[in-house]
Design a protein around this ligand. Structure first.
Ligand code: NAD
Length: 310
């Protein structure tokens, strides 16, 4: 197939491009290199079935030309990262919503399949009764500083489902904390590479909050496997979780990385206030139900956290 990967020079995108090339597809990857790096694609930049385009999903002209060449679009380009989200809410909202709208409109006019990268963050949900003024949004239990990313992705999902109702073959994937080789960009707070880099340098591992917040970290090969499986028409019109079932607290993660690296590092706690400013609070737990991923995509995460970290 002829495939466009947006965000192709990013962490998940670059791994996806490599696996799609290995499977024999012709790939166009588009990235504005805002957080992505062409070095992530260095092994495949000269590949005869791969064309890298330095450009933006906000540029409809470029998108239109690329989309004339492809059958499927994996739309991974996004403005993300906790710190980025806190510091640049307008950029996060505009970059994510306008980019996805461009992709969907152009795909719809050409009848192309779209696989959209959404996030576990859209599950933020207010269950605190009675309703307090500070929890009056859909994402009430996550902090106001995170709404721009979760809300933009949530609106993107609504756009996807709106187009699905009009007949566009589109699938929404909700990723849960992907990690693995190539996730080197710690600038925006990706916790696994941040901890590994600190442990290898015997520097303190900074845990934000009290460390009891938990996540289900998903090895990149599993994330990519689920992503490629979403090409199936059975997934059209659906949102599907792509994650792992193994839950670990951030404190346990820090201790595990110290043990695995034989580091002399200590864990230090930093309040959300000191890390991100007043009012910041993170979702306490994120665990995916993988029933639909198993049934529709035949997806099963295969790599444990211990294996993935080695
Ligand atoms: P990443 O930052 O490595 O990749 C995003 C890529 O998009 C970057 O290469 C960036 O340069 C590019 N980009 C940003 N704006 C662009 C624009 N306007 N035009 C073209 N390219 C642009 O992040 P990632 O972890 O690889 O995430 C990929 C996708 O998966 C994103 O949509 C993200 O929201 C989603 N996601 C990731 C995770 C995770 O655990 N990594 C979890 C949930 C959702």
């Amino acid at each position: 197939m002829n495939i466009l990967v947006t965000g192709g020079a990013g962490f998940i995108g670059s791994n996806l491009v490599k696996q799609l090339l290995e499977a024999g597809h012709d790939i166009w990857s588009l990235d504005d290199l805002s957080t992505g790096r062409t070095t992530y694609l260095k092994d495949v930049l000269q590949h005869k079935h791969h064309t890298f385009v330095n450009g933006s999903v906000l540029d409809r002209g470029t998108l239109a030309i690329l989309m004339d060449h492809v059958d499927v679009i994996f739309h991974l380009a996004a403005v993300l990262g906790v710190k980025n989200t806190v510091d640049n809410p307008i950029k996060v909202i505009e970059g994510n919503i306008d980019g996805t709208r461009n992709i969907l409109e152009l795909a719809y006019s050409r009848g192309l399949k779209v696989i959209f990268a959404s996030t576990s963050e859209i599950y933020g949900k207010n269950e605190n009764l009675p309703f307090h003024e500070a929890s009056d949004r859909v994402y009430g239990t996550s902090s106001i500083h995170r709404w721009c990313y979760a809300t933009a992705k949530s609106l993107d999902e609504h756009l996807c489902f709106g187009y699905a109702q009009k007949g566009l073959p589109v699938t929404v994937l909700r990723y849960f904390n992907a990690y693995g080789p190539g996730q080197t960009n710690t600038q925006y707070g990706m916790v696994v590479p941040r901890f590994i880099q600190a442990a290898l340098a015997d520097r303190p591992l900074e845990v934000h909050g009290d460390g009891t917040q938990s996540r289900c970290f998903t090895y990149i090969d599993d994330t990519v496997k689920g992503t490629i499986a979403a090409i199936t028409p059975s997934a059209n019109g659906l949102a599907v979780n792509i994650g792992s079932s193994h839950r670990i607290t951030i404190m346990e993660l820090a201790q595990k990385i110290i043990a695995l690296t034989g580091s002399k590092s200590k864990v230090v706690l930093k309040s959300y206030n000191d890390a991100y400013g007043p009012g910041y609070e993170d979702m306490h737990a994120r665990i995916p139900d993988l029933t639909r991923a198993r049934n529709v995509l035949g997806y099963e995460p295969g790599v444990t956290l211990d294996e993935g970290l080695m």
